[in-house]
Ligand binder design. Sequence first.
Ligand code: S3P
Length: 174
Amino acid sequence: MLPNLILIGFMGCGKSSVGRRLAALTGHRFVDTDEMVVQSEGQAISEIFAAKGEAYFRDAEERTLGNLVGVCGIVLSTGGGAILRESNRALLKKIGIVAWLDKDPDLLFERASRSGKRPLLQTGDPRASFDELLNSRLPLYKEAADIRLDVGAMSIEEVAQALLDKALRHHHML
Ligand code: S3P
């Protein structure tokens, strides 16, 4: 059976849409750590950040990942900062094949800033905050990833197919 697939990458790289498509392609169940945190906390992500702070959110995110170890048959989409803690990077490896959706910074910023729902970009200079966050995280995505795909301007369908292909090859090489 195909192992679990985990999508990591910066805000706006398309983890949720690609994850849903991958789940449909593989028959796996789609799971999203942000959605699980929203459910367990009973609050939107932006409300959690505003009321309780980022560290509280990160603890909830880590608990959510911990609860997924041992669960089979899932495609897991993670929040862009899920790779920040070393403990989380170890949990991701235990859960399944970790796939990094990499994308050109300008395209990422355009998508990430569009929704207005991302607390880490609600600053006086969203582009500067974005650049700083992205640069500090790139080495961590690289470290956490088993496979990487430069998604460029590919469609959701193309990304899902290409990732599945790479994941299968990676699985057979294990
Ligand atoms: C975050 C990304 C968000 C969400 C939270 C923090 C981050 O998820 O987990 O706002 O630190 O990059 P998306 O990557 O799905 O936007």
